[in-house]
Design a protein around this ligand. Structure first.
Ligand code: GLC
Ligand code: MG
Length: 521
């Protein structure tokens, strides 16, 4: 029997930008509850909600000041309980964002840690003496620009932060930290959540000897300054695997197949380690390689084969096209190819994750400098690193602010996004939204697409093709995707089930930018 999450499609909600219910311009939990039927109509199975915990919002919730409550901007715990109940009533699972690597600098643990060199919480974070010249202890860099070390003048030591100085790293080598953070999982499991997406897991533990990171010969000006160094001493350290195993023991102790997803930006061979030996790691270490692979049939075929071949025995694949940190798919490859990408994502073998707005074909929204919110853009301006363009509010209907808020939205809606609203697309059979619904319905109906094996992955010119097989009755479906703008011959005998062009294509020809699912004779 397959676990629920193997056949599921996950939808990422970025709560600040999903639906505001109280007019403060920021989305909230009651807003999500009010819009759950959109997810039901779309046909997804689970929602992963980015952080909504109390936070000073230096990194918009990824700086957690209290792991076991709701920030007032998002509502209260009772709103969360109502959201979970309403989701479960509709057959939707709820996955939370768990941020173990760091806390906010206002978290009581860090306030206590910083208070004195000898206090009981000092060792809960990563503190080091200055270098002999008074500077940072080593050359480690923050992901968001600058040194990864900030001096606490009062106590004369530096603390480490993989991200912002307002996001000090917890010391996972300390057993009390581990115990306290595992209790956070228990708190939410007790409240009925179905799983966790574990944030920035590759950063959890650093080199015990604090050795410098080596320079990166491939770094070029214009790239993120953090990439000047190869993060050999600060990322993907072997000691973090037991910490993942400890998280897994906690979730496994609850009934109902609670899901653990890991956010790890790693090459395929290293990513596989995160499944853990014999089911001790993540059920799904996020596979981001569709985001980083060039949009070419050959490169994607090669990626699919390499990823599938690397999966350990019993490991289940997964695919991601975008999220709240990365340029939207339409802006990366254009609106025509984004339809092909949707068919690819939803017909590959493995659990797909859809980011809110992808189902509408939203684009990156240019944010004028005066309106920039993302701390990364503020610290390293002008390189296009900022993530505000992909975090703008969802357009729902023909109303002021497209129905997102009655107030002033925290980020502007895209100028052309009202035309892409849910209401505007709902009854157009050729819309991006309808394509997503059709694909999700097909995936639900065809066991071949959700749970079947993938076979015969090939690229020829601009055409990428592969087959999926129904595990019950052996029927074979062909997926053929034209990644180019010219018609392509297609040798296949069978009946077309779905075309990205909306109408039924021919099984012997792919139109420009057409993707087809064909039931083979
Ligand atoms: C993850 C999140 C990102 C956040 C960072 C620090 O990469 O996806 O949004 O800024 O971790 O928590
Ligand atoms: Mg609000």
């Amino acid at each position: 029997m397959a676990a629920w999450w193997q056949g599921a499609v996950i939808y990422q909600v970025y709560p600040r930008s999903f639906q505001d219910s109280d007019g403060d311009g920021v989305g909230d939990l009651p807003g999500i509850t009010a819009r759950l039927d959109h997810l039901v109509h779309l046909g997804v199975d689970a929602l992963w909600i980015s952080p909504f915990y109390p936070s000073p919002m230096a990194d918009f919730g990824y700086d957690v000041a209290d792991h076991c409550d709701v920030d007032p901007v998002f509502g209260r715990l009772a709103d969360f309980d109502r959201l979970v109940a309403a989701a479960h009533d509709r057959g939707l699972r709820v996955i939370l964002d768990y941020v173990p690597n760091h806390t906010a600098d206002t978290h009581p643990w860090f306030v206590a840690s910083r208070a004195s060199r000898t206090g009981p919480k000092r060792d809960w974070y990563v503190w080091r003496d200055p270098a002999p010249d008074g500077g940072p202890p080593n050359n480690w860099l923050s992901e968001f620009g600058g040194s990864a070390w900030t001096l606490d003048a009062a106590t004369g030591q530096y603390f480490y932060h993989a991200y912002l100085p307002q996001q000090p790293d917890l010391n996972w080598r300390n057993p009390d930290v581990q115990a306290a953070m595992l209790d956070v999982l228990r708190f939410w499991l007790e409240r009925g959540v179905d799983g966790f997406r574990v944030d920035a897991i590759h950063h959890l533990i650093e080199d015990a000897a604090f050795r410098d990171n080596p320079p990166n010969p491939d770094w070029r000006p214009g790239q993120s300054p953090a990439r000047r160094l190869i993060r050999a001493r600060t990322m993907d350290q072997p000691e973090l695997q037991p910490a993942i195993a400890a998280m897994r023991r906690v979730t496994d102790a609850w009934p109902g197949e609670r899901l653990l997803i890991g956010e790890a930006w790693l090459p395929i061979d290293r990513l596989m380690v995160y499944y853990g030996e014999g089911g001790t790691g993540f059920h799904l270490p996020f596979n981001f390689h569709l985001i980083t692979t060039p949009w070419q049939a050959g490169a994607i075929a090669e990626l699919i084969c390499r990823y599938e071949a690397a999966l350990p025995e019993g490991a289940w694949p997964n695919w991601v096209l975008g999220n709240h940190d990365r340029s939207r798919i339409v802006s990366r490859i254009g609106p025509e190819q984004a339809r092909i990408a949707a068919m690819l994502l939803l017909t590959l073998r493995g659990t797909p994750t859809l980011y809110q707005g992808e189902e509408l074909g939203l684009t990156d929204v240019p944010i004028p400098p005066a309106l920039v919110q993302d701390p990364w853009e503020k610290r390293v301006p002008g390189l296009g690193l900022g993530r505000d363009p992909v975090r703008t509010p969802m357009p729902w209907q023909d109303a002021p602010q497209a129905g997102f808020t009655t107030g002033t939205p925290w980020l502007p809606l895209g100028e052309d996004h009202a035309a892409l609203s849910v209401a505007a697309q709902a009854h157009d059979p050729r819309s991006m939204l309808s394509l997503h619904r059709d694909l999700l319905m097909l995936r639900r109906r065809e066991g071949a697409l959700s749970l079947g094996p993938i076979m015969a992955v090939r690229a020829a010119g601009d055409v990428l093709r592969y087959e999926r097989q129904d595990p019950q009755d052996g029927r074979r479906l062909l997926v053929a995707l034209n990644l180019g703008g010219t018609a392509q011959p297609l040798e296949a005998r069978g009946a077309p089930l779905l075309s990205t062009h909306g109408d039924y294509g021919s099984p012997s020809r792919l139109r420009p930018h057409e993707g087809l699912v064909i039931e083979l004779d």
